[in-house]
Design a protein around this ligand. Structure first.
Ligand code: GAR
Length: 186
């Protein structure tokens, strides 16, 4: 059985999609959802799913207590699903090749600090791109720069706005993240 810890900062629709696809499968165990945001929608979702939640602040995230908590669960994979803080170096080192992230654009374009959520789609539309998509990658010390595991594209129509693009990209995220997680854990 593989133990997966889920990290999210917002609505948690990716967490919901992952749980929908994998939680019923006895090969996977989801003991904990971690969030930096006490108002994150993912907290309610965790309650509904009967999964424990840990809400943490910046100080805790940087402290040995945090890694002790993770180590306690002996996770096979840390999954960042709409998690917006940079992963500290000590954590990348301790869980090298065991942290995956999803980004709502075709990296290396439209990645890096400040490029999250709606900001990404606004930048893509403003740049007049003809396509966008999703990137799922391993996490290293630099924002959005680890080894790519999967990219999928969507066509941008002239009528698309950041909102309509966000919806198309999110649908791809929901379709592919769980599959990539399964592959990584093989
Ligand atoms: C998703 O689109 C995800 O790719 C993005 O935040 C959204 C979270 O939605 N992540 C980033 O921008 C990371 N740089 P969700 O909370 O509904 O899963």
């Amino acid at each position: 059985m593989k133990t997966i810890l889920l990290f999210a900062s917002g609505a948690g629709s990716n967490v919901a999609a992952i749980l929908r696809q994998l939680k019923g499968n006895p090969e996977y165990h989801f003991p904990l959802i971690l969030t930096n945001n006490p108002k994150a929608g993912v907290i309610e979702l965790a309650k509904q799913e009967g999964i424990d939640v840990m809400v943490f602040d910046r100080e805790t995230f940087q402290s040995p207590v945090f890694i002790d908590t993770l180590d306690f669960y002996q996770p096979d994979l840390l999954v960042l699903a709409g998690f917006l803080w940079k992963i500290p170096e000590y954590l990348v080192k301790a869980y090298r090749n065991k942290i995956v992230n999803i980004h709502p654009a075709l990296l290396p374009k439209f990645g890096g600090k400040g490029m999250y959520g709606h900001h990404v789609h606004e930048a893509v539309i403003a740049a007049g791109e003809k396509e966008s998509g999703i990137s799922i990658h391993l996490v290293n010390e630099h924002y959005d720069e680890g080894t790519l595991l999967l990219q999928k594209t969507v066509t941008i129509e002239p009528s698309d706005t950041p909102d309509t693009l966000a919806k198309k990209v999110l649908a791809l995220e929901h379709e592919w993240y769980a599959k990539v997680i399964q592959n990584v854990l093989k």
